[in-house]
Design a protein around this ligand. Structure first.
Ligand SMILES: NC(=O)c1ccc[n+]([C@@H]2O[C@H](COP(=O)([O-])OP(=O)(O)OC[C@H]3O[C@@H](n4cnc5c(N)ncnc54)[C@H](O)[C@@H]3O)[C@@H](O)[C@H]2O)c1
Length: 381
């Protein structure tokens, strides 16, 4: 389609290109040019706080939407325009080619909230800033999609939940794995019951040591919560999503050469005879990169996923050939933003992630850390 087609399309839609006020004509023109017709009266005004690895990931997802416009970016790094051209992170998808045209850059979060009329922000700041900045944004009347983990501890999570309730704004925590197409599908398959009960489920998330972060905050336990809260929580949260809050956890940790916890293995204990475990580590060597995977052993099928394998996702039933089920298009980052936007628009959204569940994942992680520290099984009841 080119711009000459627009009057014809408008006529079809019973809109006259001359009868509408200029702003509306401009809106239709903009959305049509982007190849899609949407019904919203205005684009959502989006801000991104923290344009590091995840900020660039969220940028890619927001940029692809026809109903939203990134109008502001806040990052304390004064060289952010140049620095964000560098590759960051352990997963592909962070956008280095940021188009700063029409985006106001701020180095002060409060100033951005004050000067922009934002509908929502992606809060992709280091974890130690999640609670403070989320609460500040909610109090300023801005909806927030805050990266995981929700906060550094349960107390921070509780204060964020209270702020969300009193502001009546949407707060969603970026537990993207719940939205990851293969993970969402395996939950659906397990709950469908076609293959019987789960005998065992193992989840793995392994990474080379993160080197990209601002002031190396990720490697500072006080600022990131370390490997268990920062990396492994993805699987803790997914275990909770599929199997519920465990009765107790039993965890073991391995320390790296500087004495830091670099690897965790947890068993989640339930009142049944299934074995549910997850392993997370970031002490792997640079050449390793990143891997996430799961193996679900059911009575009548084995379901496996490994992001480094081809095909990555396979259902191996008791009878018949192994097959790869159809999954939703997109990745967890795109799909979680889609969910967030639907919630903002007041649409009926399925309960995929809740604030209480995000807080509970931090609670389970705290129990895992205690179990590693004490060598004991830690109850969650
Ligand atoms: N969902 C996922 O898969 C995933 C993956 C990696 C990280 N994360 C989470 O995303 C969050 C960000 O992690 P990251 O890897 O992008 O970190 P990062 O260090 O790459 O990016 C943080 C950015 O925030 C900026 N910043 C720091 N303090 C600031 C402040 N006061 N105001 C404005 N900007 C400030 C830094 O300059 C930097 O650009 C963390 O909570 C992390 O746990 C999630």
């Amino acid at each position: 389609m080119n711009s000459q087609d627009i009057p014809a399309i408008m006529a079809k839609l019973k809109f006259s290109s001359v009868a509408k006020p200029r702003s509306i004509r401009k809106y239709w023109f903009g959305t049509l040019l982007r190849g899609n017709l949407i019904r919203r009266k205005k684009l959502l005004k989006i801000g991104i706080a923290g344009l590091g690895f995840m900020g660039q990931m969220h940028y890619r997802c927001w940029k692809a939407r026809v109903d939203a416009q990134i109008v502001a970016i806040c990052d304390t790094n004064k060289n952010i325009v140049e620095d964000c051209k560098k590759t960051v992170g352990n997963i592909e998808g962070a956008e280095n080619a940021i188009d700063f045209t029409d985006i106001n850059i701020y180095h002060d979060f409060a100033k951005m909230l004050e000067e922009e009329q934002l509908d929502a922000i992606s809060l992709t700041l280091p974890t130690y800033l999640h609670a403070k900045h989320t609460i500040q944004a909610l109090e300023a009347g801005v909806n927030v999609l805050c990266e995981k983990p929700m906060g550094l501890n349960v107390a921070e999570c509780d204060s964020m939940i209270a702020a969300a309730k009193s502001s009546r704004k949407v707060l969603q925590i970026g537990h993207c794995v719940r939205f990851w197409p293969e993970y969402a599908k395996v939950k659906e398959i397990i709950e469908g019951g076609e293959y019987g009960k789960v005998i065992a489920a193992t989840f793995q998330r392994l990474s080379a040591t993160p080197t990209w972060s601002y002031e190396n905050w990720i490697m500072n336990e006080q600022r990131s919560g370390g490997v268990v809260l920062d990396l492994h929580i993805h699987d803790t949260d997914f275990v909770q999503y599929v199997f519920g809050i465990p009765r107790a956890v039993s965890s073991f940790g391995g320390k790296d050469s500087s004495g830091r916890l670099g690897h965790v293995v947890s068993q989640y204990l339930y009142d049944n005879d299934s074995v549910i475990t997850a392993e997370g580590g970031w002490a792997l060597m640079p050449g390793f990169g990143f891997e996430m995977s799961f193996n679900i052993v059911q009575e009548k099928a084995t379901i496996v996923y490994d992001c480094t394998r081809e095909p990555a996702f396979k259902v191996c039933p008791a009878e018949g050939e192994a097959f790869t089920p159809d999954v939703q298009q997109g990745d967890g980052y795109i799909l979680q933003i889609d969910h967030f936007v639907k919630a903002l628009n007041g649409e009926d959204v399925p309960t995929i992630t809740t604030l209480d569940a995000s807080r509970d994942s931090v609670r389970i992680v705290e129990a895992e850390k205690e179990s590693i520290r004490t060598g004991k099984v830690v109850s969650l009841e």
